[in-house]
Design a protein. Sequence first.
Lengths: 448, 404
Amino acid sequence: MVVWTGRNYRRGYLFHLQCISSKWTYSSTSTARPVIPKRGEKDFEPTSAGGSGLQLHVLDRSRNAMFGALRATRTIANKSISYAVWYPDIARAHVTVARGIHFTAMGHSVARQNAAEDGSSKLQKRLELLPEEALYLVERGAMLCFKQTQADITGMDDIEGAPMSVQQAFAEMIGQEDLSLEKYQVFAYFRRLGYVVTRSEPPTSAYPAPPPLQVQKAVSPSVFQRLYSLFPLFISRFSRIWRRSFDWWRPLGLGRWIYYDMKYATIFRSLRFIPSGHSVPPKSTEPRPVTKSSPYKIFYNIYKPSTSFRKTAPPPPDFFVVVVDARSTVMPSLHELTALFDVLPETPPPLPRQRGVPSAKPPNINAPASNSPLAPTLQPPSLSLRRMFRWMLPSTPAPPSVSTQQQKPNPFAALKAGKRSAVIAAVDAGNISFFRFSQGAFEEWPMI
Amino acid sequence: MSLITPSNRSKGRRKGGPRNNENNRIYGNPLPVIFNTPTERPPIYKALGLFGIPIHEILNPHCEGFVDVATRSVWVSDSKQSMLLWQRGFFGKGDLSRSEPSWLARQINARKQAGKGLTSEEITAKRRAERKQFKLDRAQAIAAAAADAEAAFAEGRVVPTPGVAPDGTRLIPSAATWKPSTSLEEVPQLTQDDDDEGDGDTELEEPLENIEHLQLTFPEAFFLSWTLDCLTVCNSEGEPLTLAQVWTLFQDAHSPTLLLSIPPPQRRFDNPFLVNYAVYHHYRSLGWVVKSGIKFCVDYLLYKRGPVFHHAEFAIVVCPVYEDPADQTNSPFDLQNASPFSWSWLSTINRVNSQVQKTLILTYVTIPALSRLREDVLSSPACLAHYSVREVVLRRFIPARMRD
């Protein structure tokens, strides 16, 4: 077996081929089908100046394979191609002939006035595509798009308009309806992998709206509520201050010699007086810390390929994607991230793998991680009394533990997953880097 | 057994093992103060014990440290106190060692030339030497295989797959199967000071004096002296400082007018000591062991129990956020990461930490506005209640793998 040496082949080469397939050219077996060659192992360096004989031979063979793959003409069968007409004024492509499985996940139906022959117009529903969807199908070669014209030049009755090349399609559709080249690249990348991509904010009322998300928004409370809940731990400590004459110079007061039931856990718990957590929005002296022109807004809703997606009633999305240009924007600031997280739902911490018997339904893990601003430190007085006289009290049943051994989430997995997450795609001249920003919750998973 | 091969301990021995038990015994206390029940029990304790009230006595090791403003650290010279601070909570770092103050142990090992108690630096040196040898062997094998393939091609024979002999054995070694050909008997000598004249007996050699000290950063030193009251900070003349003096000294050490003899300007909330201390205190209070993260391009590393148990899980980048942007423009301190940084730098840090299986956490610390609070709030640690800490977890998202 001969080992190939050389560069790696990017699938993207094939998709940049320019190809127009129409009714006149019959795609047949005369053109070779493009084949993506197998990758081989990389060699470290040329052994002698310019490479040894074997290396040059293998390199030539690899190059020929690459050029052969690029040279082939991409074709599509006549029976599989769809047709559409692009209307620039409404920035939509109306699909006249829809074939294939693409349209189960793309396109929406819109009612438009249809001028009939006798002059009367009536509303008719037709399938329309957003610019990115139309452009994706044209680039793939699965659809032939015509631009709306006034005169009939093709001589065909069923199709009106002038045929558009791929370059013209790019020129027409990029820039319409808030679509930039970066957003299109992210859309095409996800679609090629099989995901379903829809817009988070419907551009028109006819576009199917995503389902409303159950969000616990950090609303800006009234002044009194803010005073009470602004620093939850601080307020609880404050109440302790008056009870135990809290001295900021001696936060633990370890000067005494004897202590009742002192453990390391108690020490660590009483040291947590720095406010933390995302439940309260960060303060700022500026009235609007997030400008209107900030690019950090959710743009795409992503559904995994395995979910059953219905266009009329979309399920809750799996991921939320923001698209930014990596060269011209910087990382989001805290205020922008908070504004982004406010509109997202919370995800429960990930459960460990089920070993043996699978549980029927995972319990609500959010119970211990309650987001109420009331600190849990108001419990100790009653509990300590109970503990003091435990030997006297009848044996009370232990409170039902929320999670059994199998269902308790791993703290590290929960810390790494975070509570709400958004995916930010930073596009740098065609190279897309995806980062997942999640809200951390370290204060809910203390180590001691 | 070679040190570069992955250890193949059986599953049964993973939880137990003498070394783990030893570590649990030595490093079992998370803080320098320990509790114990007093041995002699006055009757009142016994009575209280009947009620189920356990009474504990707190043992406080009163350590002493000297502040060094130029390096912004507190030095603990007594070796017993250094080991105590390291073993209970992993505070500080030996200035002549990698982490634990082990310089003296290494000198003794070098003199005795007995590799009985190898320190971590010696283990690392041995592992690196073995790996270098492995890489040399591998490079030779690859060159030989390439020469064979080249000769076969020139003659027109069928070119064999490089690295596999005709009978099917692998020619190029991999890290899992390589064994050192000659056992490395010599432990790499780290110092060659007085080995020439020494001959094993210690009478002829000068006695070793431990010149190493433990270095505590300002946040660590303030945590020990403020919350636990187990460290006394002395100035260079040896006079112990009160907590209020320590508080002001630690803040002034960051001011740019330090070396001039003019008094420092108005105290501010964005002093680097305050910002870093807020983060340090937050994670220490949650039970994490917080160490410096300079090795991985970040500010702090979080360990669950300590560096001797397991590698760090999280890498913290401290990002200060000003409530009032005017404070940032007027600030004499140039706080790092105060402005959001570029995607390329974020990508760099993320990649570096992903390679070592750590999760990157951006910790945002909000700095209160000077206009909102009076300046005398800064005179005591009460100002720490006005900061707030939020975490954002950053991970790479690979759509091709999330499809399931």
